[in-house]
Design a protein around this ligand. Structure first.
Ligand SMILES: [Zn+2]
Length: 154
């Protein structure tokens, strides 16, 4: 029964992400920021593939910097635990002292890989989002007129 709840939750999250992406595409087509709805201006920025304004980009940049700083601090905590714990185990002549630094190095490496994957995914989302928005604009420029006003004029 638990896996059904997990599947329903996963489908729900995917659906919400799809709705947010569609809303962001419409906002970009209207020249508005995907986050705050303000006009995009001359310079557009990307976050998770969505076009955002300079002020939202500044906020996102500050949040990302704080998150990266938190990961660096966590990595340093892992390093301190490895050094202090290993020294403590060696003083007690514990024969398993060598396991702690290995585990902590694995934790630091896992943390670094997770941060690298997250940043790589964000950059890829931005590239894909920009490409899709650019092609949508191109499609709009070559799409034949279909509105009632267009037909009346023809
Ligand atoms: Zn904005």
């Amino acid at each position: 029964m638990m896996w059904i709840a997990v599947i329903i939750a996963a489908v729900g999250v995917a659906w919400l992400a799809q709705v947010a992406t569609r809303r962001a595409r419409r906002a970009f087509a209207a020249g508005k920021c995907a986050h705050c709805g303000q006009p995009l201006g001359d310079q557009t920025y990307r976050l998770e593939g969505k076009a955002i304004c300079a002020s939202c980009a500044g906020r996102a940049r500050r949040r990302l910097r704080r998150a990266l700083l938190a990961f660096v601090v966590l990595g340093l905590v892992f390093l301190v635990v490895a050094v202090v714990g290993t020294i403590s185990l060696l003083r007690r002549h514990d024969p398993t002292w060598w396991q702690l630094p290995l585990v902590m190095i694995g934790c630091i490496g896992g943390l670094a890989v997770a941060v690298r994957l997250a940043l790589g995914t964000m950059k890829q989302q931005n590239r894909v989002g920009e490409t899709i928005d650019r092609y949508n604009l191109l499609i709009d420029t070559v799409r034949p007129p279909t509105g009632p006003d267009d037909r009346a004029g023809a």
